[in-house]
Design a protein around this ligand. Structure first.
Ligand code: ADP
Ligand code: NI
Length: 219
């Protein structure tokens, strides 16, 4: 019942996918927990309602999108996503489509890819929406803490326009991550629906930073 509510339908495939990620992300506490994928799935359904696309592929890709993330798992060639899809009897064509979408959605600074399908664009937007706003702020500090990052360094000079290599190598403070990624996302949304959904979340981050700096005594 709870699973059906979270996946938005009683289709057993999606219930199984929800159960699979719940177990896979059981020990994940760096802002990429199970509920991140559930929120991305919900965002993706909301966007697809207005933008169209193949909902089966969108939902599967959204639920499985972080199963093989390099930040979290030491997996090769989408091992985790493929393991689930094979056990669920999903055709190799669909498996390739989903893995291709997942391979395109991550933020990589200047080297970020624009997905070549509507379904990929929607899942990328859905993931980005969960990286901004109040939830995005919380996730970012959770991630920074998990990796031993400083929360804020008043002497730090923020960098922009990072290549994928520079972005992955960054050891900056968590506040610097706002400039390296979070504040850029609203203008990188693919769909009009996500652009609209991003507006308030972006404004909330600006207010948060204003208040944060004010409390730190920064002009
Ligand atoms: P992507 O695949 O685009 O990286 P994810 O769903 O894996 O998207 O989530 C990325 C999130 O992880 C960021 O939005 C942020 O919350 C957190 N994160 C990643 N790198 C950092 C970092 N260097 N400092 C703080 N948070 C980070
Ligand atoms: Ni994600």
């Amino acid at each position: 019942m709870v699973v059906a509510m979270m996946s938005g339908t009683s289709d057993p495939l999606f219930d199984d996918a929800v159960r699979f990620i719940k177990e896979l992300f059981r020990d994940e506490h760096s802002g990429h927990d199970f509920y991140h994928s559930i929120r991305v799935h919900k965002n993706a359904i909301d966007i697809a309602e207005r933008e169209g696309g193949d909902l089966y592929v969108i939902r599967l890709s959204a639920l499985l999108h972080d199963c093989d993330d390099r930040k979290l798992f030491d997996s090769q060639d989408f091992d985790n996503a493929r393991r689930f899809m094979t056990s669920a009897g999903i055709s190799s064509d669909i498996q390739e489509t989903v893995c291709h979408i997942i391979s395109q959605i991550s933020f990589k600074g200047k080297d970020t890819v624009v997905p070549d399908s509507l379904e990929g664009k929607i899942v990328q937007d859905a993931d980005r929406l969960d990286a901004i706003g109040a939830v995005g702020i919380a996730r970012t500090f959770a991630f920074g803490g998990s990796r031993g990052r400083m929360m804020y360094d008043p002497d730090e000079i923020y960098r922009k326009d990072l290549s994928a290599e520079e972005y992955y190598a960054s050891t900056g403070s968590t506040v610097s991550h706002f400039y390296e990624k979070l504040l850029l996302l609203k203008d990188m949304m693919n769909t009009d629906t996500a652009k609209e959904m991003a507006r308030e979340r972006h404004e909330f981050m600006i207010s948060f930073l204003d208040e944060f700096y004010r409390e730190c005594g920064r002009q």
